[in-house]
Design a protein around this ligand. Structure first.
Ligand SMILES: Cc1cc2nc3c(=O)[nH]c(=O)nc-3n(C[C@H](O)[C@H](O)[C@H](O)COP(=O)(O)OP(=O)(O)OC[C@H]3O[C@@H](n4cnc5c(N)ncnc54)[C@H](O)[C@@H]3O)c2cc1C
Length: 425
């Protein structure tokens, strides 16, 4: 039997450990020292590093990477099951070595880096000795890479990069920035002269690259290969976001259900009102549809490749945004005035939902990808009528029974009646 929705017992044990660990160790850190896991401050490191060590000791560090790159080689499906837990907690991805934007950058380095580049950047990133950012979007347009202008010119044994980037997440805190140029992907140490980080926005940075000089060896992958590298990078990142979104919508759902059972209105607990039941029922179905789409996509990546799962990844991208929007709204609404405050996570979740439809590519662009790829499997119908045009199909079917109809008047009468019924319909 090939279809199976169960988790193998050994990995389920790991997941149970992760759930407890996150609840008992990571959630308290998030509530009192948010950001400690990302910090280089020695006191913050003293809090977070022992947690990271526990994750390493369990063999769960950098789960997205294959064995030959230092990860456990569990694959995307197991990562999805893990992320369904981690996504609830702000610091969990970094404590487990699976935080964006480093994961996507590491995947790019792992796939396209030379041995020297891996030694210099991949392994230090894996060990969180350094952090990275990804600079692709430009102020004049993000959805269409053909509008990008940032370019590198070769000058002797250096590349000279000039251009402007917008919304580079964590750019101001990164040690290295992966800069997508029209003629290649380049690794730029943030401290390089000419890297100018604007004051605003604070977390997703506006960066000018003013004749930034890097050695020839900082070109990652082939010259002119930036779009291919970007696809590789963003594909992985998108599915990881979708996995964590499953965790978020489950959290919203838990809050919705608990609250619905806890409050009364008009003579009954809220959960007994049919419109509340509809919200719960719709959310239940939508969360599971998203989850199965994500797990199926992860399975496809494991059993084939990221490229083979491209249509599925795009579908995950806009579906997660939609389900997050719908479910977090219903949860907020059912929680009433409390839901509108920052006293529970639901308000921030709902406020952040539109961001999901923009980051890593806007919904519309992913829908176009899905439609285009799906349509490749279809042809226009050859004549005036569609393939499913019933009169034509029935004429064909009558040929199969021709000898019977000719010899049996009762059957011939049935066949004529059926044709008349169709014509009326
Ligand atoms: C939280 C967050 C983090 C991000 N981090 C990074 C990062 O680390 N590095 C980085 O380089 N970028 C990053 N981005 C930028 C992100 O990649 C872009 O915002 C995204 O690609 C869209 O580009 P844009 O913002 O310029 O919107 P635009 O391209 O201007 O699009 C705006 C709107 O126009 C419409 N539209 C655009 N194209 C089409 C189309 N083909 N069909 C129909 N409608 C269309 C849509 O309604 C779309 O929402 C981040 C964004 C967010 C929100």
């Amino acid at each position: 039997m090939a279809w199976d929705f169960s988790t193998e017992p050994e990995f389920q044990e790991q997941l149970d450990w992760v759930a407890d660990f996150c609840k008992n160790e990571i959630e308290p850190l998030d509530l009192v020292f948010p950001g400690a896991a990302y910090s280089r401050n020695p006191k913050a490191k003293a809090l977070a590093d022992p947690l990271k060590q526990q994750v390493k000791d369990r063999g769960l560090w950098a789960l997205f990477l294959d064995k030959d790159l230092g990860g456990p080689g569990f694959g995307q499906l197991k990562l999805a099951l893990l992320n369904e837990i981690l996504g609830r907690y702000r610091s969990a991805p970094v404590v487990f070595g699976t935080a964006a934007p480093d994961t996507g950058n590491m995947e790019m380095l792992a796939a396209y880096g030379t041995d020297e580049q891996k030694q210099k950047w991949l392994y230090p990133l894996m060990n969180q000795e350094i952090f990275s950012a990804y600079s692709m979007t430009e102020p004049q347009g993000g959805s269409d890479p053909n509008l990008f202008k940032t370019r590198a010119e070769r000058d002797g044994d250096e590349w000279v990069i000039t251009g402007e980037k917008w919304f580079t997440s964590a750019g101001a805190h990164a040690d290295i920035i992966f800069v997508m140029c029209t003629n290649g992907m380049f690794v730029v140490p943030r401290e390089t002269p000419g890297v100018e980080i604007a004051e605003y926005p604070a977390t997703h940075n506006h960066i000018r690259y003013d004749h930034v000089r890097v050695p020839l060896g900082n070109l990652l992958g082939p010259e002119d290969g930036a779009k291919v590298l970007a696809q590789r990078r963003l594909g992985g990142g998108r599915i990881h976001h979708a996995m964590r979104t499953v965790a978020q919508v489950r959290l919203a759902f838990d809050m919705m259900c608990e609250r619905a059972l806890s409050r009364e209105s008009h003579g009954r607990v809220i959960a007994e009102h049919q419109m509340v039941q509809e919200a719960i029922a719709d959310s239940y179905a939508e969360i599971n549809m998203l989850r199965l789409l994500v797990l199926w996509t992860a399975w496809t990546i494991d059993n084939s490749s990221t490229q083979a799962a491209r249509t599925q990844i795009a579908a995950c991208k806009y579906t997660m945004a939609k389900v997050l929007r719908e479910v977090s709204y219903r949860a907020l609404h059912i929680m009433g005035s409390l839901g509108t405050t920052n006293l529970t996570p639901v308000q921030a979740m709902y406020a952040g939902a539109p961001t999901m439809g923009i980051a890593d590519g806007v919904d519309e662009v992913h829908k176009v990808t899905v439609a285009r790829n799906v349509l490749k499997g279809y042809e226009p119908h050859p004549g005036l009528w569609p393939t499913e045009y019933i009169p034509a199909k029935r004429d064909e079917a009558r040929k199969k029974f021709a000898s019977l109809i000719e010899t049996d008047s009762e059957l011939a009468a049935w066949a004529d009646a059926a044709v008349r019924t169709t014509a009326r319909g």
